[in-house]
Design a binder for this molecule. Sequence first.
Ligand code: PA5
Length: 360
Amino acid sequence: MAQGFDLDNVDGLCRIDSTGMFAALEGLPAQCRSAYQDLAGQVELSEIEAISNVVVTGLGGSAIGGDLLRTYAAGRLSTPVIVNRDYVLPEFVGADTLVFAVSYSGNTEETLSAYGEARARGASIIVITAGGKLGEYAKRDGVPVIGVPGGISPRAATGFLFLPTLQVLQRLGMLPGVADEVNEMIGNIKELRKKLGPDAPERDNPAKGIARKLHNKIPVIWGTPGITGVVAQRWKGQVNENAKAPAYWNVLPELNHNEIVGFQFPLEILKRIHVILLRDGQDHPRVQKRFEITKKMIEDVVDGYTEVWALGEGILSRLYSLIYIGDYASVYLAALYGIDPGPVKAIDYLKKELQAGKDN
Ligand code: PA5
């Protein structure tokens, strides 16, 4: 008998999930379809020209779509894509910058501030939001808005927040051939859903299996600068926000030049670490070799490691396969801790305290 919550008790899983995280995960393929086909098709782009760089500004669940865009664009777009998680924008932002200002709630103060800076610098701006002040400001300023459906957590809305950016860049002639990859990715995650959802029993369900391994452990998630680094960051954030637990991420080869040295002390804490190795068959061969050596260096020191391989052909499929596994695993991990995955009281508290400071 496995320890803790019975992950095959579907009713029990639904009972702790007050905000519908499982439903949002189940709906991800449909969300991606609608996000790509319906949301950005109509937005006015005629005034956008001569773009030299792209900036996605946002925080948390609204910023990760920017990292997905950056990762996807890295091998295909000659224009740099930067993700900005701050009140201020980098100095280079100007009239030749396309800024996606992304805030699901529309009320995140850092994003509102960066939006104001983008306006002051004369950048081309597209707002992606479910409403809030950002939606109001954009309407007031005549800035194009991609309105996304509200009612779910920002981190459950990556399809809505990321795929419209691809659609916009495609419409601007910067990223051709995206549609086929989006279709492939949606087919891929639909298949994967059968193995990951609550109805798939723990013995055959990789996400439940990973959650079990991470329970009462400190997850350390390693990817690469190829496509899995952004996924490592996503897994970390999902463990934090859904399971309310610490998690850390890094990438090879960089971690072979520092973090790996730190696996000597303190032994009792190292024994509580479970390492997730996010693998992609298209990673650089030398990086693949580094994984093999690194595994041997940590296997007797930490609790254990688990390799999770990207599935599918195109970049989007491979990216989203890993994201989907991690998203589901983080919600099952929440169940193992007996905690509701939806509410993020610590973030709400911070936002409220900062707002109170403003009102004084
Ligand atoms: O997932 C979450 O709830 C957070 O990470 C939020 O995305 C973050 O606080 C920013 O809020 P918003 O996405 O509404 O701009």
